[in-house]
Design a protein around this ligand. Structure first.
Ligand code: ADP
Ligand code: MG
Length: 244
């Protein structure tokens, strides 16, 4: 059984149809990267998976269960599937360490001492243990995003969704965030990643999905998508982004 299976998903905002008959699967341990032009529906698709938007049609199955009918286990689902956004939205009035500890202590009723130990381990993992006691505004965007990743990991998610995690960063800060994501991928984390970082897609993705105008236009291995795309629209998009 797939970890995540999206079947015939559609989504409209009023008259505007944003997602059209989307089908895609993510297997446990896979990294699936979604690429495509701005406005093609990538964020809306992730937001449907994260229950931030309600699909207009179709099904989203998580480990075989329809996420539209989870009832009381919605809360639990949200813990199992974490999300990292373009804008990191750290809590400004809390230190870096508190940002990572907060949800486990408040939502999971974790023991404070243990949550603190775990948060420090996670900050170490993203290379920011030394910043545990500072406030987020003193960090660079790239450091803040790595804290946001540590915060997502603190809930022990089974799967992580990333929506353009490096798009808001200065170019020199992108690499450190991608390194952390690469490390997670190497450890077997299941990841669905929207990104414009084609190098990351090429190197880390098990599959690359090209979306355009609300459709999944192409879905395949990175070596096929990047060197021999079948669809003319994929070809045109890649030649725009790769030869900039
Ligand atoms: P992408 O992430 O690929 O850039 P989005 O999923 O953000 O695309 O947006 C796809 C389309 O849906 C765009 O035309 C956008 O303006 C529209 N859209 C997204 N969210 C909303 C909303 N809440 N209300 C109305 N239109 C929306
Ligand atoms: Mg988007």
């Amino acid at each position: 059984m797939a970890m995540l299976e999206i079947k015939n998903l559609s989504k409209s905002f009023g008259d505007l149809q944003v997602l059209r008959d989307i089908n895609l699967c993510v297997e446990k341990g896979q990294v699936v990267v979604i690429i495509g032009p701005s406005g093609s529906g990538k964020s809306t698709m992730l937001r449907c998976v994260n229950l931030l938007e309600k699909p207009s049609g179709g099904e989203i199955l998580y480990q075989g269960e329809d996420i539209m009918h989870l009832g009381k286990s919605v809360k639990n689902y949200r813990k199992r599937v974490g999300m990292v956004f373009q804008r990191f939205n750290l809590f400004g009035l809390h230190t870096v360490l508190e940002n990572v500890m907060l949800a486990p202590v408040q939502l999971n009723k974790a023991d404070k001492t243990q949550a603190r130990e775990r948060a420090l381990d996670l900050l170490d993992k993203v290379g920011l243990k030394a910043k545990a006691d500072v406030y987020p505004h003193t960090l660079s965007g790239g450091q803040q995003q790595r804290v946001a990743i540590a915060r997502a990991l603190a809930m022990d998610p089974e799967m992580l969704l990333f929506d353009e995690p490096t798009s808001a960063l200065d170019p020199e800060l992108v690499g450190d965030v991608l390194e952390v994501m690469k490390k997670l991928a190497g450890e077997g984390m299941t990841m669905l990643v929207v990104t414009h970082e084609m190098g990351f897609a090429r190197e880390v993705a098990d599959r690359v999905i090209f979306m355009d105008e609300g459709y999944v236009v192409e879905d395949g291995a990175p070596e096929v998508i990047f060197t021999n795309p079948k669809n003319e629209r994929t070809r045109a998009f890649l030649s725009r982004v790769l030869h900039k």
